[in-house]
Design a protein around this ligand. Structure first.
Ligand code: AMP
Ligand code: GLY
Length: 415
């Protein structure tokens, strides 16, 4: 079977790595990256528009396509594939609006009675200031359209809010600040049935202790203990099922949740797998992913199952100096083999092959992923491996998974 993965980041390398382990599968990626090139065939594309991806799928005779990033989904890649009878995992253009527009998503939550943070829509700075006065500080400002994880500012005071108003353009959602533990809840959907993946926790802020501006994600871990059975059930019943029912959602529905004192509330919807959440997720997945992906594309997810290893997996992102602001590329990368010799899997997020070998090509460069029987060991394994890797300006958080660890320790002390 030929499986085509659309995209070329860490999430897509992780997806390709997992499906390549399925018997009888050949993996293709458009455009892919040097990590994927080690396990499959990468096809260069001139742009990311639906027609380009469709012609790649037709050229190689893809039996199944999995869309990684949101941009082609919002542009209607699933509609284009289905119109030609090609199997693809992802939502159609209409459902992709749940990620493509924060205003659309917020209105949807209210109509469907899906728990979310209080908000106001502001068409100009005066409206935004008015809403800020209503919510008080901290307050959250969100740009309406796609922003690669960087269109959200948590402003702690008026000066930060004014700076954000200057930086974010167009329509804004002004939102009540919620306190709690963040969880990425991702479910595979076929328009009717739902197969939840294991819960993950992302680390969005650039610095340790959640300080500094938001990034696409500086690291993530997956562990079944992140949510209790009852919490997962509540998210499924109050968020995922109502959405699938209302939109006939197909593909990966990613609910960014805040577990507040008054129950789980949605911060955002994404219409694809998370990046870096996918890296620890597929690393922990014990079953073959392909039957579930195929079942989702064929509308028979009710019969699909996924098994997970008991122990957690942790992914530490190594980023370019300056990211999430401006950064330089073309820095030579060393040490990946030594990191892998220590038992980690290194996913490529922003790399390319230059004249002197592998070099940096993006903000998030690599995702060093490792698993163990317990979270503490998985964290040390990932960091020990990451210490083998070097490129000029490299930076990473040193506390990926630490909050989870503190929570478990507290629970153990408390019982
Ligand atoms: P979003 O893209 O909407 O998920 O926002 C990015 C990040 O900003 C989230 O992962 C949270 O860490 C933070 N955030 C967003 N909305 C809120 C909120 N209402 N309260 C607190 N933090 C938030
Ligand atoms: N890591 C957050 C996201 O994929 O949107």
């Amino acid at each position: 079977m030929r499986i085509l993965v659309l995209g070329g980041g860490g999430r897509e390398h992780a997806l390709a790595w997992k499906v390549a382990q399925s018997p009888g599968v050949s993996v293709f990626a458009a455009p892919g990256n040097p990590g994927i090139a080690r396990i499959g065939t990468c096809i260069a594309v001139r742009d990311s528009v639906p027609e380009t991806f469709l012609s790649v799928a037709e050229e190689i005779g893809a039996d199944l396509t999995v869309a990684g990033p949101e941009v082609p989904l919002v542009a209607g890649v699933v509609d284009a594939f289905r119109a030609r009878g090609r199997k693809i995992v992802g939502p159609d253009r209409a459902a992709a609006q749940l990620e493509g527009s924060k205003v659309f998503a917020k209105n949807f939550f209210i109509q469907r009675n899906i728990p979310t943070a209080g908000y106001a829509i502001a068409d100009n700075p005066a409206d935004a200031r008015h809403a800020m006065d209503r919510f008080g500080f901290p307050v959250v400002l969100k740009a309406d359209g796609l922003a690669a994880g960087k269109g959200v500012v948590v402003a702690h005071d008026r000066a930060e809010a004014e700076a954000a108003l200057g930086a974010l353009s167009g329509r804004l959602v002004v939102e009540e600040f919620l306190l709690g533990e963040e969880v990425s809840f991702i479910a595979l959907c076929d328009g009717r049935d739902v197969l939840p993946l294991a819960p993950t926790q992302d680390h969005k802020a650039v610095f340790d202790g959640d300080a500094g501006p938001n990034t696409g994600g500086m690291g993530a871990y997956s562990d079944s203990a992140i949510l209790t059975e009852a919490q997962s059930r509540e998210i499924l019943d109050r968020v995922i099922y109502p959405t699938v029912e209302a939109t006939r959602f197909t593909g990966f529905l990613y609910a960014g949740m805040m577990m507040t004192a008054s129950g789980p509330k949605v911060l955002e919807f994404n219409v694809r797998m998370g990046d870096p959440e996918t890296q620890p997720l597929v690393h922990r997945m014990a079953s073959d992913f392909v039957p579930a992906l195929l079942a989702a594309a064929e509308g028979r997810l009710a019969s699909a199952k996924l098994e997970w290893r008991t122990g957690p997996s942790v992914c530490v992102v190594l980023a370019s100096g300056g990211y999430p602001g401006g950064y330089e590329t073309g820095r030579p990368i060393t040490g990946i083999e030594s990191a892998e010799a220590l038992g980690a899997t290194v996913f490529h997020a922003g790399t390319r092959t230059g004249a002197r070998g592998l070099e940096t090509a993006g903000g998030r460069v690599l995702g060093v992923t490792a698993g163990a029987d317990n979270l503490e060991d998985a964290i040390s394994r990932a960091y020990r491996a990451a210490a083998e890797i070097h490129f000029e300006g490299m930076h990473s958080r040193t506390d990926i998974g630490r909050k989870g660890l503190e929570r478990y320790n507290k629970n153990i002390v408390g019982t």
